[in-house]
Design a protein around this ligand. Structure first.
Ligand SMILES: *Cc1c(COP(=O)(O)O)cnc(C)c1O
Length: 219
């Protein structure tokens, strides 16, 4: 199927209340432009360098989301323009985003990335760390960021029940935080599991290969 057919098929499966983040990592700017021309404005990249190379080649009104681990020394490059950083996985990086947002006179939207997968994952906050950080945020420690929600990835497995259970853990935490301060984004679900994520309450999904095709990491 072509990118256009893929994109339209995904859009047709998404309720209108669910945001689509088109994950364009490893794909060239021309492919991003093609999806943009179909009406997509929100794109996700997982590496700062790749984002910095692509963004200048593409329309200014794209809302870029960073979805991969962010090193503190790279925050300054994206702070002027990034729409949302979905991958806040430490207090240190949140503090740096807060600092750089201030320098740029803006409030940067972020999601806390929470570890929900059973498999050993390198990045993401434990639930207790997420609670702790959200508490500090509510106490006013990070005035130049807005925590708009949570992001998580389920275990890569065929066991749907396990995937569902993991998504429901994040939905539970989202509801808990949402009682304390209104949130709007629960980002979970990728090409292989987004329908389950939506059943579990996701209102934002990050879909790459189902739109752009398989990624070729050999390049
Ligand atoms: C690559 C990536 C995605 C998209 O994965 P696909 O399986 O290609 O849809 C979503 N979220 C994160 C954090 C990613 O790194």
């Amino acid at each position: 199927m072509s990118i256009k057919e893929n994109y339209n098929a995904i859009k047709n499966q998404l309720p209108s209340t669910v945001q689509l983040v088109a994950v364009s990592k490893t794909h060239p700017a021309s492919a991003v432009q093609e999806v943009y021309d179909l009406g997509q404005k929100v794109f996700g990249e997982n590496k700062v360098q790749e984002l910095m190379e692509k963004a200048p080649l593409l329309p200014q009104d794209i809302q870029w989301h960073l979805i991969g681990h962010l090193q503190t020394n790279k925050v300054k490059y994206i702070a002027p323009f990034i729409d949302t950083i979905q991958s806040v996985d430490s207090e240190k990086v949140l503090a740096e985003i807060n600092k750089e947002a201030g320098k740029n006179n803006r409030i940067i939207k972020v999601l806390l990335q929470v570890k929900i997968a059973a498999e050993e994952s390198k990045f993401g906050l434990d639930i207790s760390e997420a609670r702790d950080l959200f508490g500090k945020y509510r106490d006013g420690q990070f005035p130049n960021v807005e925590i708009t929600g949570l992001m998580g990835m389920a275990t890569f497995t065929d066991d749907e029940q396990q995937v569902r259970n993991e998504f429901l853990i994040l939905k539970g935490l989202f509801d808990e935080f949402n009682q304390l301060k209104a949130l709007n984004t629960l980002s979970m679900g990728m090409s292989d599991d987004f329908p389950i994520a939506i059943e579990c309450g996701a209102n934002s999904v990050r879909v790459g290969s189902a739109i752009f095709g398989r990624r070729d990491y050999s390049k």
